[in-house]
Design a protein around this ligand. Structure first.
Ligand code: V47
Ligand code: SF4
Length: 380
């Protein structure tokens, strides 16, 4: 849609002057302020933010929608931390009820994909005190020795902060070391909600906002890329969501190292926050749309389908999203244990591309760094 046509449509959707002013800025490719971000959450309807987000999405990416071929390794669900929203971890005190993979078992998972055209392994799990910096450095070396071209996206700042402190190394040295051993990029997890008012209530014992951001900054300084998430739809207010996005936007201005922003819908299955109702689908779509409007310096916006469910993930493609993540192959348990409708998350590339095409978009296979894979092999 042309800018003039978008503006005309927006005039039909609201008579609120403050919203029209925000739209004017966005269409002129100007950044909106935190106050304007909160105002969008408070006042704008889904059609309004959706139209604006879709305009930005099409300006940046046209109809292209990315997906990738990936699998996860979850080394352990034993964790020294006790985040209230987590349905997945077993406290270290009850470690016999959890799982803990050996290096050989994790390499066997990698080897299972030897003849498959996967491009990425995502390694993330609980924080087990026995799994040290050296343990993971050894794992990285062994994965790379076996399959050098497989991109390793691994470890949240929660895991890294713990490993580095135990090994008594600085963040800069620890990151450099893991990068040299084979770590290619960082996933977006562990961010939750940065603002201490909320962080203290939902995950008070793990790395704080400053620590999370410092680790991503150190990775960016080494030329590594990373993602960022936000766990939304629980006890946070619109102000806290905007504050979270603002901190990320500022770091991105400084380093340019983030690839994608991933809002993660809070799922309330079987955790200490099960009494908190989940967000509605309208609120989910508004979240994605406003994220696309606010995060002007993030190239990509991802809807992680195992968390949102494939149908709602498909719908986000009309609300600013240009990436659905990957095939997954039922290798992660975090979201099924939290009550997602995707109890065995796995999609073939045929299913992923169909899902994208049904939304009127053009599927493109990507690698982790968003290079498109033009010689994509037969869809299976
Ligand atoms: O940080 C945990 C979230 C995250 C729940 O970078 C929950 O490409 C909702 O960050 N309801 C880890 N969310 C996963 C993650 C991720 C996933 C996929 C792709 C990428 C990427 C990153 O999962 C945690 C936390 O925010 N989480 N429990 C829950 N009950
Ligand atoms: Fe541990 Fe991560 Fe679960 Fe928190 S969210 S308890 S850090 S596994």
């Amino acid at each position: 849609m042309s800018t003039a046509a978008t503006l005309e449509r927006l005039y039909q959707l609201t008579s609120e002057e403050s919203l029209i002013q925000i739209a004017g800025k966005v269409l002129a490719e100007e950044r909106i302020t935190p106050e304007e971000g909160v105002l969008l959450f408070e006042k704008a309807t889904l059609p309004f933010v959706g139209t604006l987000a879709n305009h930005i999405r099409e300006r940046k990416h046209g109809n292209i929608t990315y997906y990738n071929r990936n699998f996860h390794i979850e080394p352990t669900n034993v964790c020294v931390f006790s985040c209230k929203f987590c349905s997945y971890s077993k406290l270290y005190a009850h470690r016999e009820e959890g799982w803990e993979l050996t290096t050989e078992q994790m390499l066997d998972i990698v080897k299972k994909y030897d003849w498959q055209p996967v491009t990425e392994v995502h390694v993330v799990g609980g924080v087990h005190p026995k799994l040290t910096l050296e343990f993971f450095a050894d794992l990285l070396r062994k994965i790379k020795a076996h399959r050098p071209e497989l991109h390793i996206k691994g470890f949240t700042p929660v895991e890294l902060d713990y490993m580095f402190r135990k090994a008594k190394v600085s963040v800069a040295d620890g990151m450099k070391y893991l990068h040299e051993q084979g770590l290619d990029s960082l996933p977006g997890g562990g961010a939750e909600i940065f603002h201490p008012e909320i962080r203290q209530q939902i995950c008070d014992d793990k790395v704080d906002a400053e620590g999370w951001l410092a680790i991503h900054e150190a990775a960016h300084n080494l030329g590594m890329h990373s993602n960022a998430t936000m766990l939304y739809g629980h006890i946070e207010s619109y102000f806290h969501r905007v504050d979270h996005m603002e901190r990320l936007r500022q770091l991105q201005d400084k380093t340019g190292g983030f690839n994608t922003f991933i809002p993660l819908k809070f799922r309330n299955g079987d955790n200490e926050m099960s009494n908190v109702p989940e967000s509605t689908v309208v609120e989910d779509m508004r979240m994605y749309a406003i994220a696309r409007i606010y995060m002007d310096n993030f190239p990509h916006l991802k809807a992680y389908w195992p968390m949102l469910g494939r149908n709602n993930a498909q719908m986000t493609l009309s609300f600013g999203v240009n990436d659905l993540d990957g095939t997954i192959d039922d290798t992660t348990k975090i979201y099924s244990m939290a009550g997602s409708e995707e109890q065995k998350p796995a999609m073939t590339t045929k299913e992923l591309t169909l899902l994208i095409e049904q939304a009127g978009r053009v599927p493109v296979e990507r690698d982790t760094l968003y290079n498109s894979i033009s010689s994509a092999p037969v869809l299976t």
